[in-house]
Design a protein around this ligand. Structure first.
Ligand SMILES: Cc1ncc(C[n+]2csc(CCOP(=O)(O)OP(=O)(O)O)c2C)c(N)n1
Length: 376
């Protein structure tokens, strides 16, 4: 068995001190160590956790993702369409519930058989974490090499790998909404492009803009392709989690995450994580067109959702509905002038311009450019 504190301190000595994940009993001792001695974001979903780690990694934190193998399936979208194309490394620990011979519960049986095959299929290098301390130290050294080459590396963790580590009493931050401004009149329904132009016009050399999957990123790119922009392209629903990780890693920078209604609904639980851990340098914008416009304009169910009330209910300090571009600009100005974790919803009309381009810069080039910008 590995002495958990010793192993955790070894990870820390390599700089791995930012963790996010969803717990598993096989990993609980390592998770307890990370909660006790490092930064740990308990995510609502393993996919959110991967994106949070990715954001922290962009901001220069070496991040660690932890999950039960049952949650590895939740993480496949960002692992394959965020980490992979952007070449954002992550060190992963995935438990092996359902291992052959373990006589584990039936819900783990199939995933127990395919966990390592899933990692192979995703082209993620992995090893079983050794229970021998010297071998494990050697494995960490090797894993760190992969990370330094912008590649992921995962450890598959068997039952009984870690010795007991007490979870120390820890206080979760209680958050409460301070400003809630709801819809009060007709919406002016500007285009998404004009809303993005407003965001772009207020961007300064301290602000990073992350755009959700599909047309939002393409339109932002079309307005102006600047190093502080990141077009998320894949990992639908992960933009605010990516923003959360980045905002936590770079408290002196301002991070704007622009969401779509389809994307946000896909990972609504992430809003609770954002509200709990989010810092004032994070602004979460929803451009709501009631549609999956990027895939042909099919309706979402967002017309039935009061996102501002949701944001307020989960504890975003400021949750603001804006009806027009003027109000949108005002709300953005307020956040720039006195940053406070904020959610803004603006309803936009469907439609985009003909022959809209696609980012010509490859995702990993966008990432490198952004990281160079952040390092300035
Ligand atoms: C996990 C996942 N499911 C589906 C898709 C396909 N897809 C790409 S963009 C998009 C619609 C996004 O809708 P919304 O967030 O409302 O933004 P809009 O297109 O309306 O700007 C969909 C379904 C995807 N990229 N990833």
């Amino acid at each position: 068995m590995l002495q958990t504190k010793e192993f955790g301190r070894l990870l820390k000595s390599y700089g791995f001190n930012f963790f996010s994940g969803v717990p598993c009993s096989f990993l609980k001792n390592l998770i307890n160590y990370a909660i006790n001695e490092c930064d740990f974001v308990v995510a609502a979903n393993e996919g959110d956790a991967v994106a949070i780690c990715a954001g922290a990694q962009l901001g220069g934190r070496k991040s660690v993702f932890l999950c039960q193998n049952s949650g590895l399936t939740n993480a496949i979208s960002p692992l394959t369409s965020l980490n992979y194309p952007f070449r954002i490394p992550v060190l992963g620990f995935v438990s092996l519930r359902g291992e052959a011979g373990l006589n584990d519960e039936p819900q783990h049986e199939q995933l127990g058989k395919i966990t390592t095959a899933l990692l192979d299929t995703m082209d993620i290098p992995w090893q079983y974490l050794s229970v021998d301390k010297d071998e494990a130290a050697f494995q960490i050294e090797k894993a760190d090499k992969y990370i330094s080459e912008n590649k992921p590396f995962f450890f598959v963790v068997r039952k009984g790998t870690f010795e007991k580590e007490e979870l120390l009493p820890h206080k979760m931050k209680y958050v409460a909404n301070e400003v809630q401004s709801l819809r009060q009149k007709d919406d002016q329904m500007p285009t998404r492009l004009s809303a993005l132009e407003v965001v772009h016009s207020l961007v300064d050399s301290n602000t990073i803009v992350l755009a959700t999957t599909g047309l939002t990123g393409r339109e932002l790119y079309e307005i102006e392709d600047i190093p502080n922009n990141l077009y998320m392209v894949g990992s639908m629903g992960c933009v605010s989690s990516l923003g959360l990780g980045l905002a936590l890693a770079k408290p002196q920078k301002k991070v704007i995450a622009i969401d779509g209604d389809g994307a946000l609904l896909m990972r609504l639980g992430s809003m609770a994580t954002n509200a709990t851990y989010g810092t004032n340098n994070l602004l979460h914008i929803l451009l709501d067109n009631n549609a999956h416009e990027s895939t042909g304009g099919q309706s979402t169910v967002s017309h039935n959702v009061d996102f501002v009330r949701v944001a307020a209910a989960v504890g975003y300090p400021r949750a603001i509905y804006v009806h027009s571009l003027e109000e949108f600009r005002e709300a953005l100005r307020l956040w720039h002038a006195s940053p406070r974790l904020t959610f803004i919803q603006l309803r936009v009309r469907k439609g985009t311009k003909d022959n809209l381009g696609r980012p010509k810069t490859k995702p990993y080039q966008v990432k490198e450019r952004l990281m160079a910008f952040l390092a300035r």
